[in-house]
Design a binder for this molecule. Structure first.
Ligand code: HEC
Length: 119
């Protein structure tokens, strides 16, 4: 009985620790619907695809990089991607884009597509 109580406390503590990771704290709230429109309006889709699954540019979703990394990259890209300064795309708009990226569902597993089943 005592070990069960201890287990409960330990799991509550770890949930608390997860909720306080820096990434979770530094992610500003955004609107995924608006972000989806911005993703098209600002041409991200031309290189990254409508569902951000990648094209000429890499796959961005699902499981996007952290907001901080996204923001840093967008403002000062290192490769062929054009930069998007805060004058072009505000922090709030970027937060909306990020909310959209986070809303993109996982693609179906290969096994759930009958045509692609190996046997
Ligand atoms: C002209 C094509 C193009 C457009 C438009 C474009 N990207 Fe990119 N993006 C790229 C390419 C190519 C890369 C790969 C690295 C490089 O060459 O800069 C990249 C890399 C990235 C990365 C880094 C990915 C990683 O895993 O490191 C992010 C994030 C990103 N793009 C987001 C965006 C967003 C958001 C927009 C719209 C605001 C956008 N991109 C518009 C071509 C584009």
């Amino acid at each position: 009985m005592r070990s069960l109580a201890l287990l409960t406390i330990v799991s509550l503590l770890s949930v608390g620790a997860l909720a306080q990771t820096p990434a979770a704290n530094s992610t500003p709230p955004g609107n995924a619907e608006t972000g989806k429109k911005l993703f098209v309006q600002y041409g991200c889709y031309q290189c990254h695809g409508y569902a951000a699954h990648g094209g000429a540019g890499p796959r961005l979703a699902p499981r996007p990089l952290t907001f901080a990394a996204l923001s840093q990259y967008i403002r000062q890209p290192k490769g062929e991607m054009p930069p998007y300064t805060t004058k072009v795309l505000s922090e709030q708009q970027l937060a909306d884009v990020y909310a959209f990226l986070r809303s993109v569902p996982e693609p179906p597993s290969v096994d759930s597509i009958p045509l692609l089943k190996s046997n």
